[in-house]
Write a protein that binds this ligand. Structure first.
Ligand SMILES: Cc1cc2nc3c(=O)[nH]c(=O)nc-3n(C[C@H](O)[C@H](O)[C@H](O)COP(=O)(O)O)c2cc1C
Length: 319
């Protein structure tokens, strides 16, 4: 799997519609699902939770859980569904996730993470990876992080995505935990130096092609989250520069294809307002962008089957 560039898993944001849009813009970026918990997969409506569009490949399913047997069963289902890779979430700090004893608090339990990873690797052929933080609470030394990675590497796991800030498990909301603990890219670079055989992907606060290129001098891959949500068209420049492909698309052409996609989704009963969020920032930075967004959010909910709202909103962009 090519991990040079990926869009971060983001709950409620990187759903299948969002990923469809991202894939229209970049054919090589690695896409991630939102975090899906093992009970949702094992007991819930599988199609609803992990169904996707075939064009989304290469595609990673991110799992939340800490029961080795349930994670292994979920991996088998992920492989049957055709996912290219499965990632274990060891970075989410929410209270709900802590109560379930998974996410970031697992950084305090390296043997349990190793048990889970081994169980997952045993049952499928697709790669199993981990996304973690650089530490949690006072377990935030480099030695601690190195010890954690050592235990994971011993399982045979090959790829680790590191969000370069620690998580504070008490007192901060998940949102605050994505901005208040300071970024420490150096820890991630040093992990790559200690474990040159591992594919190390850096994440957190990366906002431009230039920053991405700087990080790629130190590590194997870069994962961007909010920067792509706020400006999905950045993927066009990243695709062209990092994968050396020439001018594939224009925003308008992407919009046209996304409208066709919306048409097919509407015919399946999907509501137009669910399809809007990913595309609201498509014209980020272009004059008229605010009017485009405002037209869509005002009119789409009232005219839930009328795709003309896109054409009308496009008319407000001055390009
Ligand atoms: C709305 C939102 C939802 C998120 N949901 C997840 C998630 O489901 N799984 C996960 O590992 N990280 C999640 N994250 C964290 C991101 O994957 C990423 O690690 C974090 O935003 C830092 O990267 P960035 O600065 O490039 O956004 C979420 C972030 C946001 C903004």
């Amino acid at each position: 799997m090519n991990h040079t560039l990926s869009v971060a898993p983001m709950l409620d944001w990187t759903d299948k519609h969002c990923r469809y849009l991202h894939r229209l813009i970049s054919k090589d970026v690695l896409l991630y699902s939102e975090m899906i918990t093992t009970p949702a997969i094992l007991q819930g409506d599988k199609q609803k939770y992990i169904g996707y569009n075939s064009s989304e490949h290469p595609l990673v399913l991110q799992l939340g859980g800490s029961n080795a047997s349930d994670l292994a069963k979920s991996c088998v289902i992920a492989e049957e569904f055709g996912y290219d890779e499965v990632n274990l979430n060891v970075g989410c700090p929410s209270d709900r996730v802590q109560k379930g004893r998974f996410g970031a608090c697992l950084m305090n339990e390296p043997p349990l993470v190793a048990e889970c990873i081994s169980a997952m690797m045993n049952v499928v052929d697709i790669p199993i990876t981990v996304k973690c933080r650089i530490g949690v609470d006072n377990n935030d030394s480099f030695e601690n992080l190195k010890g954690f990675v050592e235990v994971l590497a011993d399982t045979g796991m090959k790829t680790l995505i590191i969000h370069a800030r620690k998580a504070l498990l008490k007192g901060l909301s998940p949102k605050q935990n994505r901005s208040i603990p300071p970024l420490n890219y150096d820890f991630v670079y040093r992990i790559k130096q200690y474990f040159p055989e591992l594919t190390i992907v850096i994440n957190g606060g990366i906002n431009s092609l230039q920053e991405t290129q700087q990080h790629l001098k130190q590590v194997d891959g870069v994962m961007l989250g909010r920067a792509i949500w706020n400006n999905p068209w950045m993927l066009y420049e990243l695709q062209n520069q990092l994968f050396n492909t020439k001018g594939a698309n224009s925003r308008d052409r992407v919009l046209k294809k996304y409208i066709q996609y919306c048409e097919s989704q509407l015919s399946k009963g999907v509501k137009l307002h669910w399809l809007l969020p990913p595309v609201l920032n498509l014209y980020h930075g272009i004059p008229g962008n605010k009017k485009w967004k405002s037209h869509l959010v005002t009119h789409a909910p009232k005219r839930d089957k009328d795709l003309m709202v896109f054409e009308e909103a496009r008319g407000l962009i001055c390009e």
